[in-house]
Design a protein. Structure first.
Length: 407
């Protein structure tokens, strides 16, 4: 079967979306499907130690055809430029698909950005089965965060959302709370709306995986980490991640001399966060740049706790993909989430850590302090999470479900 994956993020860009789509492409290829990925040109969230190699517009990487499209800037720019870039993307993508004569049997579109769903809508007119994988409920999350305030803009994007749902054969969401919210807003979707959990490559995250011949990286030595315990956040540092909360928690836990808060990545908020940490004289915070997916398991191996954070302004039940990565690696999870997030229930069911309402900074600090008092249980807590992730979120299980939806 010829399968097309449509996404604005793919390696070497480093973010949960790019990893998710890479793992999907690899697993589908292993199942003897012919896979093509169309994505944007790699410019953002790149490994700090890796010189950007020369890319071609069309390449074959490990048996997967990858088309990279140069677009207007769509990260670390103002929302007007970002919105224009996203609206132009579907046209640019479709032109490149025509150029390379890509004729898929099925298309899987990753949203956000929502306008990319129009690629699937157009291809469906030609008999291509169209699966829309919805991660963030846009425009609702942008409304909650105060990014979208104009009534005209809101109505415009809501119209695109309705059209995208109507022209998809299958719409998937990654948690039951998201499913209920979408059905409440779009009851006409009925059986078209399916629950498909995000997946994680358990083997890739496993500390015991010795199959790779690469040299492992000792991040404690590389970054001069002396503390016994490290609580790590790795990823994009943007407004929705609400990382000023982690700085607030670090300020309240300065008496924990054996704990370091490690923030790895980049984004619009990074410079502001670094300045804030300096102003507060927080010596238990350390910032580093992006690292590649290949050495990410080495980073987690050097850490004791996996941090996850989301703004309390978000009212959708989104479950951050970082939770799954921490579970797969056997790290206890500490998640500061808005009250609507399904992540709270997931962490409780998996017995893999603790969570708190990200609007309550004092409670967030206290749940982490209480977990630190159970440091002798970190290994068993982490193993519980890994077992749960293996049973429910392994890429083999989830991709089998996706495969059944597009066949």
């Amino acid at each position: 079967m010829n399968i097309l994956l449509v996404t604005d993020s793919y390696p070497p860009e480093i973010r949960s979306a790019s990893h998710l789509m890479l793992e999907l492409a690899q697993e589908l290829k292993c199942r003897d499907h012919r896979v093509t990925v169309i994505t944007t040109w790699p410019e953002y969230n790149l490994d700090q130690d890796q010189a950007l190699r020369d890319f071609k517009e069309f390449e074959t990487e490990d048996g997967i055809n990858v088309i990279r499209v140069k677009t207007l800037p769509h990260h670390n720019v103002n929302y007007l430029v970002r919105g224009l870039s996203q609206l132009l993307m579907p046209v640019q993508f479709l032109l490149k698909l025509r150029k390379y004569k890509i004729k898929p049997d099925a298309v899987v579109v990753y949203s956000p950005p929502l306008p990319l769903a129009l690629v699937g809508s157009w291809l469906r007119r030609k008999g291509v089965r169209n699966l829309l994988n919805v991660q963030d409920l846009f425009p609702q999350n942008a409304i909650d965060l105060g990014i979208l305030t104009s009534k005209m803009q809101i109505k415009f994007f809501q119209a695109i959302e309705r059209y995208a749902y109507r022209t998809a054969d299958v719409v998937t969401v990654h948690s039951d709370g998201n499913r209920k919210m979408v059905l409440q807003q779009h009851p006409e979707l009925g059986s078209k709306l399916r629950l498909l959990h995000n997946w994680v490559d358990i083997d890739h995250h496993s500390h015991e995986d010795e199959s790779s011949s690469r040299t492992q990286v000792d991040f404690r030595q590389k970054w001069g980490i002396k503390q016994k315990h490290v609580a790590v956040f790795a990823g994009v540092m943007g407004p929705s991640q609400y990382l000023e909360l982690i700085l607030g928690v670090a300020e309240r836990l300065q008496d924990q001399n054996d704990l370091l808060f490690l923030l790895v990545g980049d984004g619009k908020e990074k410079e502001k966060l670094q300045a804030l940490a300096k102003d507060k004289n927080l010596n238990n915070i350390q910032f580093e740049g992006f690292i590649s997916r290949d050495v990410y398991p080495d980073l987690l191996k050097a850490c004791s706790i996996g941090l996850v954070c989301l703004s309390p302004q978000n009212k959708t039940p989104v479950v951050p993909g970082k939770i799954l990565g921490h579970m797969a690696s056997g790290l206890p999870v500490v998640a500061f989430l808005h009250t609507a997030s399904d992540g709270h229930a997931m962490i409780a069911d998996a017995k893999c850590g603790v969570s708190a309402n990200s609007a309550d900074w004092e409670d967030c600090a206290e749940v982490l302090r209480a977990l630190m008092q159970r440091s002798d249980e970190f290994e068993s807590i982490g193993l519980s999470g890994k077992k749960y992730a293996t049973e429910h979120f392994s890429k083999e299980v989830c991709v089998s479900q996706l495969e059944a939806m597009i066949l």
